[in-house]
Design a protein around this ligand. Structure first.
Ligand SMILES: *Cc1c(COP(=O)(O)O)cnc(C)c1O
Length: 425
């Protein structure tokens, strides 16, 4: 599949049925798998043979879909998780432990910010946040002896900042650690971070990959390029024997291409159990089959809505990397020449009250805590996700009270703009 274009991979990668087998990926709705001898099963437990024994660790439906996402990102191995949160936690916790340190872009999804700054802090994992716009010197200064990973989002949710992947990869590799990039917003149709130096890519498949607001899920893809053994002192979990797996050393047995995902499956999925339901993996695959058709439409609608809003006197400002004059316009063009995503944020004159009035009048765009759906939706952070904050706290967080985040769906742009126009009036 590696020779095919991205659209062909969206439709066909990951699953190739044999003679007389189902054309569509079968949903293997089974918790367990049957073996003729204990010896057969023992080989699986020892990771001596590949196969399935319990769906908490692996299921064929999930593996077909994970293989498709790995092919889309240009990685060597992939796995599905129950959510995007689980994907980011597993990707980091696979190489971090109590006493480790992470360098992260400060411009990331709120859930990931909490995961890093609160929950992982309780596990003894420390994080230093850096601005995505920091200089190379500032970025390098954030590293410590115990730094084990660098983290950022290609296009951040909801700030819509764009990560300079090459800058972050260079700093990470200079310090002997991998760069993990959450590529949820552009999807591999619009950006493939591995091509720019990222080592691990994560996804909330809940967003554009599913694309229909139907199934929560996540994915992790390994580029297979990071040389764990060259930095074995930093990554004992991958480079020294795992006593919980009969002394297997993942980086030796599975090489650069397979060590990260094998450990993540064999250890973290076994012990923490955030598996995606095979039924959800099937739904996710239906979304993936049209991802390359849907993304250009989300981008075109986002661009049209952003340009319309920018022309309106009721709007203070519009944040969309596809608008010339946006601080990320040039870097977005470099990493995402075909556009990024359909999420636009803008500030209305009149603050919270105006935003509430405006959103009540919208007929097509529903008020939802969601993005990246076929149906356009919107949210005023000041009255929803951030409603515990007062005006000063909102200003400090860079979230004006009148800010609205709009996720442009797959409707016709003319209708979306007409809806905005009547609501502004
Ligand atoms: C939504 C989101 C997540 C969390 O994903 P869930 O599937 O909701 O757990 C992580 N990162 C980004 C960029 C997101 O937009």
């Amino acid at each position: 599949m590696s020779d095919f274009q991205i659209g062909t991979k969206c439709v066909q990668a990951g699953y190739t049925p044999g003679n007389g087998e189902p054309r569509q990926i079968p949903i293997i709705q089974s918790t367990t798998f049957k073996y003729d001898t204990s010896e057969d099963m023992g080989k699986l437990f020892d990771l001596e043979a590949s196969g399935y024994f319990y769906t908490r660790l692996q299921n064929p439906t999930n593996d077909y879909v994970a293989a498709k996402i790995a092919a889309l990102e240009g990685g060597t191995a992939g796995m599905l998780t129950s959510s995007g949160q689980a994907a980011n936690f597993f990707a980091l916790f696979n190489i971090c432990e109590a006493g480790s340190h992470i360098v992260s872009s400060s411009s990331i999804y709120g859930g990931t910010f909490n995961l890093l700054s609160v929950t992982m802090a309780k596990m003894g994992i420390e994080v230093t946040f850096v601005s995505p716009d920091c200089t190379e010197e500032e970025l390098n200064a954030a590293f410590k002896d115990n730094t084990r990973a660098v983290f950022g989002e290609t296009i951040a949710n909801p700030a819509l900042t764009v990560l300079d992947i090459e800058k972050f990869a260079k700093a990470a590799h200079g310090h002997g650690v991998p760069l993990i990039v959450d590529n949820t917003f552009p999807t591999p149709v619009n950006c493939r971070p591995i091509e720019w130096g990222a080592d691990i890519v994560t996804h909330s498949t809940t967003k554009y990959m599913d694309g229909h607001g139907a199934a929560v899920g996540g994915a992790i893809v390994d580029s297979g390029r990071f040389d764990w053994m060259a930095h074995r002192d930093k990554f004992p979990g991958l480079c020294t024997p795992d006593e919980s797996y009969h002394g297997i050393t993942y980086a030796e047995k599975f090489g650069k291409e397979g060590a990260f995902i094998t450990k993540c499956t064999a250890q973290l999925m076994r012990d923490l159990g955030c598996i995606q339901a095979p039924q959800n993996a099937f739904i996710l695959n239906l979304g993936l089959e049209s991802l390359h058709v849907r993304m250009p439409k989300h981008v075109a609608n986002g661009q049209a809505v952003a340009e319309f809003l920018q022309s309106r006197p009721e709007v203070v400002s519009v944040n969309y990397p596809g608008l010339p004059g946006n601080p990320y316009y040039e870097i977005a063009k470099k990493y995402m020449p075909n556009g990024g995503c359909g999420v636009v944020s803008f500030e209305l004159k009149g603050g919270r009250a105006a935003a509430e009035r405006f959103m009540k009048k919208l007929k097509l765009a529903a008020i939802e805590t969601h993005v990246a759906d076929a149906r356009t939706c919107c949210l005023n952070p000041a009255t929803s996700t951030h409603r515990q904050m007062n005006e000063e706290q909102l200003a400090a967080a860079g979230i004006p009270a009148g800010m609205i985040r709009m996720s442009c769906g797959l409707e016709d742009a003319e209708d979306l703009i007409a809806d905005l126009e009547q609501a502004l009036a």
